[in-house]
Design a protein around this ligand. Structure first.
Ligand SMILES: Cc1ncc(COP(=O)(O)O)c(C=O)c1O
Length: 503
C-alpha cells in the first residue's frame, strides 16, 4: 500500500476503512491497533502527524467510538501515539519510523515493467531528454520575466470572481465568446486572416490543436508532409496519431512542394510555418504559397499553417498569413499564446474552415474537454483593452535588442567565418556549421558550460541533417546572452585557429 500521510492524516479514515474491509477473524479494535502500529513503525504515518478525532474516525469507519478509543489508548500507552490534552492525538517522534521507511522503498520494485506501445516508443524518441534547459539559448522560450504579471493577475481575479456557475460545468462551445471575438479582430487586422468568431476554436496550446487535426482529418498510415528541417513538436503529434511523415525539403523560399519525394501517396495534411520557417527562419515566397495552395487542392489535402511567432518582425513588413490568400483555401490556421505571452498558459487556437467548425468543436469537447474559461475571459479583455498589442510591441523591442546583443557577442566569430541566419524575425538565430562532428562537440561542451546549444541536425527527420546551432535569445537575460555568446565565439575562434595551424 502507498504511504498514507505526511504531516496530516486527512485520509486515515479511508486507509483504515480498507483494512477493515479485508476479511479477518480478529476483533475490530485489534485490527485498527495493528494497522496503525505498522504504519507508525514503517514511517508511512509520519512523526508529528495529527490523527483525526476518535469521533470522526468512528463515524467514517462505521464502528463504535469505543472501538477506536480502545485502539488509540493502547497505542498511546505503548508510546506509538501521543495524546496532547486539548490538542488531539499525534504520531510520536520515534527513531525507527525513519529507519524503516527507506528499507521499504529500496526493496524489489513490484511495479510492472514499462512496456510501451510501438507508438509510445516512437513518441519517446521524438521527446528529447527529460532534463531541463539552461538560461542560454533554449529556442522558443519568451522573456518570462517581462510578462505584465500584476495586470494579468488583476484581470484573472476579476474574471474568476465574475465567472458564471455554468463555467464550472462540461461545455462544448469552442471557447469563451469574448476571447474568440478578440482573437478574430486581432487576426483579421494584424495577420489578414479571414475569419468569423464562430470559426475560432480555443485549445490548450498549438500541440493539442495539431493532435486534434491529425485525429480528425487523417487515418493511421496516411501521409503528412512535414517541413524538413522542421518543428519536432508537430512531428511528435502526427507521429503519435500514426501518420506517415514525409519530409518536404525547405530552401530559401520555404517548403518546396515540387521536391517532395514521390511514392508516399497523396498527403492528407501539409504542415508548415510559412511566415517564419522553424527553425531556418525563411519567409515563404508568394510563388511558393500559390504553388502550395495548388498542390493541396490537387491532392485534396488540408494545409496546417502554424503561425507561432510572426508577431516578432524587426524592420521587415509583416507578411500576411497563407490562410487569407484565397477565399476557399483548404487551410487550418493554428495560433499559440506560448510565444507572445508564456507557454505555461497553455492556450492556443485554430481558425477552421466552415465545414470543420462543428465537427472539431464537438470532437475537442469529447476528447480533450474545454478548460479555463475565466482565464480565457481574462485573455479576451487583455486583447480587447490593448494590453496585448502593447506587450507585443514591448517584447518586439526587447527581442530586437537581445538579438543585437547576441550578434555583438558573436561578432569576433562572424569576422572569422561564422555564418548566422538573417534574423529578420522571431526569437532565435541559426549559426550554420559545416561539420557534424563540430556540431556535436559544441553541443557537448556547451552543456558542460551551462549553455543549451540545440543542434540543427536534430530538427531533421532524415539523417544526416545539416549541422548548425539554433540559438534562442528571447528568453535569455542580457548578461547571460553576453556570457554565453562570448563563450561560443571563443569556441569558434579556437577551432578556426586550430584548423589554420594545421593547414
Ligand atoms: C514552431 C512551433 N509551433 C508551435 C509551438 C507552440 O506550441 P504550444 O502552443 O503547444 O506551446 C512552438 C513552441 O515551441 C513552436 O516552436
Amino acid at each position: 500500500m502507498e504511504p498514507v500521510v505526511a504531516a496530516r492524516a486527512d485520509w486515515l479514515g479511508e486507509a483504515l476503512g480498507m483494512v477493515l474491509s479485508e476479511s479477518s477473524s480478529l476483533p475490530l479494535t485489534r485490527r485498527l491497533y495493528r494497522a496503525l502500529r505498522d504504519w507508525v513503525q514503517s514511517g508511512r504515518l509520519a512523526s508529528g502527524a495529527r490523527l483525526p478525532s476518535s469521533r470522526r474516525l468512528a463515524r467514517e469507519l462505521g464502528v463504535g467510538r469505543n472501538t477506536v478509543l480502545d485502539a488509540l489508548d493502547q497505542l498511546v500507552a505503548e508510546g506509538f501515539l501521543e495524546a496532547r490534552p486539548g490538542a488531539g492525538t499525534y504520531v510520536a517522534d520515534l527513531p525507527f519510523s525513519h529507519l524503516e521507511a527507506p528499507a521499504q522503498e529500496t526493496s524489489d520494485d513490484p511495479s510492472p515493467a514499462a512496456a510501451l506501445s510501438a507508438r509510445g516508443e516512437r513518441l519517446l524518441r521524438l521527446s528529447g531528454a527529460a532534463a531541463g534547459h539552461h538560461e542560454a539559448f533554449p529556442p522558443g522560450v519568451p522573456a518570462l520575466d517581462r510578462f505584465p504579471d500584476e495586470l494579468w493577475q488583476r484581470l484573472l481575479r476579476r474574471h474568476r470572481r465574475r465567472a458564471p456557475e455554468a463555467w464550472r460545468d462540461y461545455r462544448a462551445e469552442g471557447g469563451v465568446p469574448a476571447l474568440r471575438e478578440a482573437l478574430c479582430d486581432y487576426l483579421r487586422l494584424s495577420r489578414s486572416v479571414r475569419c468569423r468568431p464562430e470559426q475560432v476554436l480555443v485549445v490548450q496550446g498549438a500541440q493539442q490543436g495539431f493532435e486534434l487535426i491529425a485525429r480528425m482529418l487523417a487515418d493511421p498510415g496516411e501521409a503528412v508532409w512535414m517541413e524538413e528541417p522542421g518543428y519536432g513538436g508537430a512531428r511528435a503529434c502526427f507521429e503519435a496519431s500514426g501518420l506517415s511523415l514525409v519530409p518536404a525539403p525547405v530552401d530559401d523560399e520555404g517548403l518546396n512542394p515540387a521536391r517532395v519525394p514521390a511514392g508516399h501517396g497523396a498527403p492528407r495534411l501539409i504542415y508548415l510555418t510559412p511566415s517564419h520557417q522553424y527553425p531556418c527562419g525563411v519567409t515563404m515566397s508568394l510563388a511558393r504559397r500559390l504553388a502550395l495552395l495548388e498542390a493541396a487542392e490537387a491532392h485534396g489535402a488540408w494545409i496546417v499553417e502554424d503561425d507561432y511567432d510572426s508577431e516578432f518582425r524587426y524592420g521587415q513588413r509583416p507578411v500576411a498569413a497563407l490562410q487569407g490568400l484565397t477565399e476557399a483555401a483548404r487551410v487550418i490556421y493554428v495560433g499559440t499564446l506560448s510565444k507572445v505571452l508564456y507557454p505555461g498558459l497553455r492556450l492556443g487556437y485554430l481558425v477552421l474552415p466552415a465545414p470543420l467548425v462543428e465537427p472539431f468543436r464537438r470532437a475537442n469537447a469529447r476528447l480533450h474537454r474545454e478548460a479555463q474559461y475565466p482565464v480565457q475571459a481574462a485573455l479576451g479583455e487583455f486583447i480587447a483593452a490593448g494590453h496585448f498589442s502593447r506587450h507585443v510591441r514591448r517584447m518586439r523591442e526587447c527581442y530586437r535588442q537581445r538579438q543585437a546583443l547576441l550578434r555583438r557577442a558573436l561578432a569576433p566569430a562572424v569576422a572569422r567565418g561564422l555564418v548566422l541566419s538573417e534574423g529578420q524575425a522571431g526569437m532565435h538565430l541559426v549559426a550554420w556549421l559545416d561539420d557534424p562532428a563540430h556540431e556535436a562537440a559544441l553541443v557537448e561542451r556547451g552543456e558542460a558550460a551551462g549553455i543549451t546549444l540545440s543542434p540543427l541536425s536534430g530538427f531533421y527527420q532524415q539523417a544526416p541533417g545539416r549541422p548548425g546551432l539554433v540559438l534562442g535569445y528571447a528568453g535569455t537575460r542580457d548578461e547571460e546572452i553576453l556570457r554565453a555568446g562570448r563563450w561560443l565565439a571563443e569556441a569558434w575562434l579556437a577551432r578556426v585557429d586550430g584548423v589554420d595551424r594545421r593547414n
